[in-house]
Design a protein around this ligand. Structure first.
Ligand SMILES: [Ca+2]
Ligand SMILES: [Ca+2]
Ligand SMILES: [Ca+2]
Ligand SMILES: [Ca+2]
Length: 409
């Protein structure tokens, strides 16, 4: 994961599993959060629970070996210093997937952009050579496109045996068809995924919501962002903190909603957001979608972590449509009924009761949130009870492996 002020060499992410989209605020210190129109659930840290008798805390020893591994791309997210707009502070996603079916997971890293018209960076694809060595194959794989990247998700959209790439961007999202010979082709338009207008999309996830055997696609949208219409730091009282000008948003900027695209069985997508009741009023700063069958009815549901607004929970009505029931299900807010600045989100059955639970990271000055699944689309905030309210300073995406939870700061 990447959290920095502008440039960072990629940290060695060999141990990182794929989140559908990895998005993290960067470029601003925590204190700025109070002035950027960020919600905070005001969660107070609770002491960690003591380990059971006889158990020792694990020793974690991660070392940055990115350079010797060949992961030397530069991450760009707006200006190096003095970021002026919120678009310069989000990003960027990483996908770990085996694009060439050689059994070794490869790494695709998103890249952002610059508002000053400077050189636009490309995303990066690194081919895993084995032995913790990677080759930059961005150009020869046909992925040397530019665009202000945010999230990424992977899935075999045409069931051709090769995993395709979908990237979200501020501007036009892109679908890259994996041709199976080490190359990708931009087929955004012919796949029906060209957007009629510029949008800021954040997280995405492939999901076969109607169980026809073909992956559909859910995309979160964050802000209707236009720099020419966005106040500059300090222009408004909401863009100040302790008398200092800070960049504005997300609150105070026009919010967005979520999109769902149905796969027609030939890898062509149709926007069914309105028809299947995914579209909400544009009241949400939607960040990261999460999919899973949370009520064990056999139909995959969609949860969306939202920043500074209520979260969204779409219960799947047997593939015919969705009902958004985050409020009554207890996953819209935290235990105190507060909106939180939701970032990354993942699911796992931490208590082995057969029900998928939800874990969500939030922005600064708040705890993470663990929603314990009680069944029948009812959840309870179990953050403190479970011993996970230990700190209030991490905000990044989460990794999920089995029932273990890790948080990247
Ligand atoms: Ca591979
Ligand atoms: Ca489908
Ligand atoms: Ca379900
Ligand atoms: Ca559970």
């Amino acid at each position: 994961m990447i959290r920095n002020n502008s440039f960072t060499r990629f940290a060695g992410p060999f141990f990182v599993l794929l989140c559908a989209a990895l998005l993290v605020w960067c470029g601003s210190n925590f204190a700025d959060a109070q002035g950027m129109g960020m919600a905070t659930g005001n969660g107070q840290a609770a002491p960690a629970k003591p380990l059971p008798p006889g158990m020792k805390a694990p020793v974690v020893d991660y070392r940055d070996i990115a350079a010797q591994a060949g992961l030397t791309g530069i991450n760009v997210s707006g200006a190096t210093k003095n970021k002026q707009y919120i678009i310069e502070t989000t990003g960027t996603g990483v996908a770990i997937f085996d694009y060439d079916n050689d059994g070794l997971p490869d790494i695709f890293v998103m890249n952002g952009g610059r508002l000053d018209g400077g050189l636009a960076p490309t995303h990066y694809l690194y081919h895993n050579l084995g032995g913790l060595k990677f080759e930059d194959v961005t150009a020869k794989s046909g992925l040397a496109h530019t665009g202000w990247g945010q999230g990424v998700c992977v899935g075999d959209a045409d069931n051709g045996g090769n995993v395709d790439l979908f990237v979200t961007q501020w501007g036009q999202n892109a679908f890259y068809h994996n041709l199976g010979n080490g190359k990708f082709r931009d087929e955004t338009k012919e796949r029906g995924l060209a957007s009629p207008q510029r949008r800021w999309s954040t997280g995405c996830a492939f999901i076969d919501f109607n169980r026809d055997g073909f992956l559909d696609l859910v995309v979160a949208h964050y802000i209707e962002f236009d720099p020419s219409k966005t106040p500059r730091p300090g222009d408004k009282s909401s863009c100040q903190w302790k008398g200092m000008p800070v960049l504005c948003g997300p609150r105070g900027l026009p919010a967005e909603t979520v999109s769902l695209y149905e796969n027609d069985g030939h890898g062509h997508f149709k926007d069914v957001s309105d028809q299947l009741h995914i579209t909400t009023p544009k009241n949400y700063y939607a960040f990261t979608p999460l999919t899973g069958d949370f009520d064990n009815d056999g139909w995959p549901d969609i949860y969306v972590s939202c920043d500074s607004t209520a979260n969204l929970y779409y219960h799947n009505l047997k593939g015919k449509g969705f009902e958004e029931i985050a409020g009554p299900s207890g996953v819209a807010y935290n235990e105190d009924g507060r909106e939180q600045a939701g970032m990354g989100v993942s699911a796992g059955d931490f208590n082995h009761d057969g029900l998928l639970d939800i874990f969500k990271t939030n922005f600064a000055d708040d705890t993470h949130t663990l929603y314990r699944n009680m069944g029948d689309n009812n959840f309870e905030d179990a953050t403190i009870d479970s011993g996970l309210a230990v700190n209030t300073s991490y905000l990044a995406c989460i990794i999920h492996e089995g029932a273990a939870i890790a948080v990247l700061g």
